[in-house]
Design a protein around this ligand. Structure first.
Ligand SMILES: *Cc1c(COP(=O)(O)O)cnc(C)c1O
Length: 463
């Protein structure tokens, strides 16, 4: 399988190169040259199979012969052995026609573990094969950093530096990074905002000398391997409630649209998904795009669901490319214009194509709080604020004919402040994570200054 850029100006590459590269040289995102698919019988055969078995089957369509089949199977088996629930992503019903898929049973209690656990093993294997090492610089607003540290700690070919905005993430989120004791992990509290951290990451990635010296790379959600890993749970959860013999719909709390696009992929590969409800918080650029056909950047507001406080949903470029019939010239034009002026007017035919699958819903802060309380009262379950955004969007679309699976993207205990402010109940950490409070923290403090951080990365990473 070859991978092409959404901007049409880069040579095609294989799966491994697309995974390690992140962005294509022309600034676009990699997508497969053709979409593989599963037959109805193949999907039906996923029923009752272990999660890692389905993951191996889905990944194999994209990896093909670049990684030996038995190695891929072993990676999937190890990646999901770190989850505390035997079914990896359990599904349960909360109301007639409404189901919750619990994506938070991994080591850092958020859905980012599902992809990151696999990505760490994929990249470690490939680096060892090519006798290379890498240094990951990670900018996190909370969940990505914890998932990345959990996945890469102790790996022999990777060093990781996790930057987070000092004082602006929850203590649970911070401890998932700072209590790692392995020598290949460093954490940096940056005296600034998440945007400062991200700007430092971007500057550093474009510094060729630094890139060469330490093998700098990133693990953000434009990485195609992460998206493939996320398509897997669309299959397993849909099959668990009766697909492919009946259609299903999904409600997906969204920020960078990685999960949303993974759902589109699963549908493109043959899973009978009738609708995907894209649920945003007050940062509703995606909801507005599907509603009015205009993708317009706004200011970023801080909410109870901080992992979705985003006003530029990177993976939307992949959907746009598909919806303009894979026209790379048009996609490049549109996203360059978005970079310059912050607006894309989606062509009517492309908007109609998007609406065949997606509907967008923006959920306010007060509706999120009410949903946290309402779900606790009706089902006895504490959910996290991101999941609450998904549940609220499902409630608004109660008329959908097919059963809806709501993706629950984090454990309530990862956001105890917001959950207890709304419900009066403080969620308890699951037993597996209790050690977070016993282990000492280890991190350095640096100014929000690219030169200072780059000097730190060099000192840590240079052999
Ligand atoms: C990252 C994240 C999201 C948003 O996912 P995208 O794939 O970026 O849309 C939602 N919920 C939680 C808890 C997250 O960590």
């Amino acid at each position: 399988m070859r991978y092409v850029s959404t901007r049409g100006q880069s040579p095609s590459v294989g799966f491994v190169d697309a995974t390690l590269a992140g962005l294509a040289p022309d600034g676009g995102l990699y997508v497969p040259e053709t979409w593989p698919s599963f037959t109805h019988a193949e999907i039906a055969d996923f029923a009752g199979k272990p999660y890692d078995h389905v993951a191996t089957r889905v990944l194999a369509k994209f990896v093909e012969d670049e990684i030996p089949a038995e190695v891929l199977a072993e990676m999937c088996s190890e990646a999901y052995a770190s989850f505390t629930d035997a079914s990896v992503v359990p599904v349960h019903q909360i109301a007639p026609g409404g189901f919750i898929a619990e994506l938070y049973h991994g080591p850092s209690l958020a859905f980012k573990d599902v992809a990151m656990q696999l990505l760490a093993r994929l990249s470690d294997f490939v680096l060892a094969r090519e006798r290379r090492t890498q240094t990951i610089l990670c900018a996190t607003s909370g969940d990505t950093g914890g998932a990345a540290v959990e996945a890469f700690r102790g790996r022999s070919n990777t060093k990781i530096v996790a930057m987070f905005p000092d004082g602006r993430i929850s203590e649970v989120q911070r401890r998932f990074m700072t209590t790692a004791i392995e020598a290949n992990v460093r954490c940096v509290a940056v005296a600034g905002t998440f945007d400062d951290c991200q700007a430092i990451l971007k500057t550093s990635l474009s510094d060729q000398a630094l890139k060469q010296a330490v093998g700098l790379s990133a693990v953000n959600s434009i990485n195609f391997a992460r998206i493939v890993a996320q398509a897997v749970y669309y299959f397993t959860t849909a099959v668990a409630i009766g697909a492919p013999h009946r259609k299903v719909a999904f409600a997906v709390p969204s920020g960078n649209f990685g999960d949303g696009f993974a759902g589109w992929m699963a549908k493109r590969m043959g899973l009978p998904i009738s609708q995907i409800v894209i649920a945003t918080n007050a940062n509703d650029i995606l909801a507005r795009a599907f509603q009015d056909g205009r993708y317009v950047r706004g200011g970023v507001a801080a909410t109870q669901s901080p992992a979705m406080d985003i006003q530029s949903a990177s993976n939307f470029e992949r959907l746009y490319f598909e919806s303009v019939r894979r026209d790379g010239v048009e996609t490049a034009r549109a996203f360059k214009a978005f970079g310059d002026v912050g607006v894309i007017d989606i062509p009517p035919a492309a908007l109609a194509a998007m609406r065949e699958t997606f509907v967008g819903v923006g959920i306010s802060e007060s509706e999120t709080s009410r949903t946290l309380v309402g779900t606790l009262n009706e089902t006895g379950q504490l959910i996290d604020p991101h999941t609450a955004v998904g549940v609220a969007a499902w409630r608004r679309n109660r008329g959908l004919p097919d059963p809806v699976i709501i993706l629950s993207t984090a454990h309530a205990a990862k956001f105890p402040e917001a959950v207890s402010a709304a419900t009066g109940v403080t969620p308890a950490l699951p037993a597996a994570a209790k050690g977070l409070w016993d282990r000492p923290e280890r991190f350095d403090r640096l100014p929000a200054d690219a030169e200072a951080i780059q000097a730190y990365v060099r000192a840590f990473a240079e052999p």
